[in-house]
Write a protein that binds this ligand. Sequence first.
Ligand code: PMP
Length: 399
Amino acid sequence: MARPIHLPDSKLPHVGTTIFTEMSALAAECGALNLSQGFPDFDPPMALRQAVTAAMNEGKNQYAPMAGDVGLRTWIAEDTEHRTQRHYDVNSEITVGAGASSLLFAAIQAWVHPGDEVIVLAPAYDLYQPAIQLAGGSLVVVPLGGTDYHLDLEAIASALTASTRMLILNVPNNPTGSGWSYEDFEALHRLVQDTDIILLSDEVYGPLQHDGRTALSLSSHPALSQRALVAASFGKILHATGWKIGYLLGPSELMSEVRKVHQYDVFSTGAPLQAGIASFLKSPEGKDHLGGLPAFYQGKRDRLLSGLNGSHWNWTPAESGYFQVLDYGRFDDRDDRQVVQEWCRKGAQDGVALIPLSPFYPNGIPEGHSTHRIRVCFAKNEATLDEGIRRLLLLSNPS
Ligand code: PMP
């Protein structure tokens, strides 16, 4: 008999299946309407799909350059400079990867050393914590402040130590959609200017702004951008999350180390996708698509919220992104993980899959914050949204 293999301890003993995978699987099992995981239920623009098909037919089927398709990086440089006035060098300061995820992960592996502290703001997207742990760093969780989830600079200041290597910011925030102001930048600048802290700014929802807000990127702050790596995702802005194409911006001395990880992890990604995205974004259809994004998603947020108006659900309208946090504390006082399971199990007729907020808090929901909140993804077509509203109303007003 072969000797059984004795495996070493897990490097990530506390990591299980993510709540997003869990809820999507439960939705499929129960036949519930899936408003949980963050992806659109509509396709990318036709002109984009045609551009990608054309790129394949034109032979763009072998490895793209490690840093990304040159045409795409050129578009990224021009677009970023137009939006933020920050010039990034096409050759050394822009890297395209397998979604923003791969580059956020690479940035953490490249710059976090064993024993370093990394500050993460909660509620937090789930990628950062295991990436920090694999790098040997320690996670320091600082909650966003108040019911509007604002950047709490005093709390961040009191979490800083001589071991703080990195501060991870996710603005607009997933799940809350909260943003920041230029004053926040100034305050952040005062906080870090005499330190060597690297900023990792996850801005994948940046272009999806509501109520006339303008997207504020850390790239637009001349001093902060010198110490910042800024992540963005084409999945979010092109309705193409499954394509997994994202990019990272940053000064060459920060970027060169990230590329060392990227080179041996992803190396390069979807050549025809990158080429097709570049040609689409430079076309009139591409410009119209990007210009129309804020109104497109605000329309969906407003449709959802006006449908819930007058019900027992409670909320602050999301400032940006395609998620809305809803509070059910007025009609149910049970634990958020428990209620979402039960609501999903109502099945094909009335079931709805949602994401509880507690998994976004690695150290638990802080004192004084509501524990009765769920996240709805409103990147859905009108029929799905209307059906979602019907089911959400049924939960708040059972007949
Ligand atoms: N950051 C945040 C906050 C996200 O919500 C997501 C996607 N869910 C990502 C990063 C990953 O983006 P991508 O799909 O481009 O890897």
